[in-house]
Design a protein around this ligand. Sequence first.
Ligand code: NAD
Ligand code: WQD
Length: 338
Amino acid sequence: MRVLVTGGAGYIGSHTVVQLIAAGHEVVIVDSFVNASPSVLPRLEDLAGTSIETHSFDVRDVDKTSALFAEGRFDAVIHFAGLKAVGESSEIPLEYYDNNLGTTFSLLRAMQRHEVGTLVFSSSATVYGETTTVPMHEDLPTSATNPYGWTKVMQEQILSDAARAGGPQIALLRYFNPVGAHVSGTIGEDPQGTPNNLMPFIAQVAVGRRARLQVFGDDYPTPDGTALRDYIHVEDLAAGHVAALEHLGAHPEIDVRAWNLGTGQGSSVLEMVRAFEAASGRPVPHDVAPRRRGDLAVCYADPTRAESELGWRAQHTIERMCADTWRWQAANPQGYNA
Ligand code: NAD
Ligand code: WQD
């Protein structure tokens, strides 16, 4: 297939581009670089062993997006482009609604006009809102606790309505906690400023960029008191996109379907700290701090639907996630800006 990847220069998009090309698909990237560095591109081309057509503009620009589709002859779209920082989304909610919904409208219009029939969408476990049901399965009701989460709930609704009204076939992929990096250590997660997420924060402490990790809460009703999450290797996630794309192609009767992409296992904050110390051979000094507002005690996937329908299953262990993150961080202590 010839696949347009929006946000293809970002963390999950870049890893997915490499796997799509390895699986024999042709890839075109569009990215505004609002949260990515152009220096990822030569690294991607090295890994893929081919040049990659890349366009630098904001997907909310309807004219540019439509012009790209007019030339592109795409068979499918994978839509990663979006803003994703939970805390920031409460500070600048309109930017989040505008960007995340605006890119979706622009894409749907262009797909309709140019008859592109397949879309794979980056959704999130955040759409399960405050649910305390674990493991989380796809039929749970959706809701949210912050503007970022609402953009995902709303995008799912908009995409589902479009698909059911004869629009493109749509896969809603609900990621749990993506971590890790390509095994080469040449591409990985490079957050701007202070990392919001646990794994990049731990990695920056281990490499000496930050002094100490704060562990948000050790009084949760979990075995060691710290919160449990379903960490999934970004390479497993990338493989989930290839599987979803190929599944939609083989099942034209599907209009829209949600699949969780997680491992089904919960790991605690302290387990992640210890696993990272073991993988890196470096200490990760940490203090216990109060709980972070809005955090669930426990969150992990029921991944059985993806396994039975997509034939996809997460393969990589926590040890491997830490080893690959460390290889990337140690080789690129300042990320792509080195
Ligand atoms: P990322 O920020 O690394 O990648 C997103 C990419 O989209 C960036 O390269 C950014 O420059 C680009 N972008 C943003 N707005 C754009 C626009 N209007 N036009 C064109 N490009 C634009 O984030 P990521 O972690 O790779 O996440 C990819 C997708 O997966 C996002 O939609 C995110 O919400 C979703 N997701 C991420 C996580 C996670 O924890 N990383 C979890 C669940 C879902
Ligand atoms: C994991 C655990 C923290 C940082 C977020 C989004 C979610 C999805 C994935 C996009 C929690 C603890 C963290 C730190 C810590 N993204 N922690 N010290 O919150 O599970 O999920 O990313 O869709 O929507 O909310 O991930 O990595 O921020 O936190 O103790 O400095 O690590 O409290 O228990 P989270 P996270």
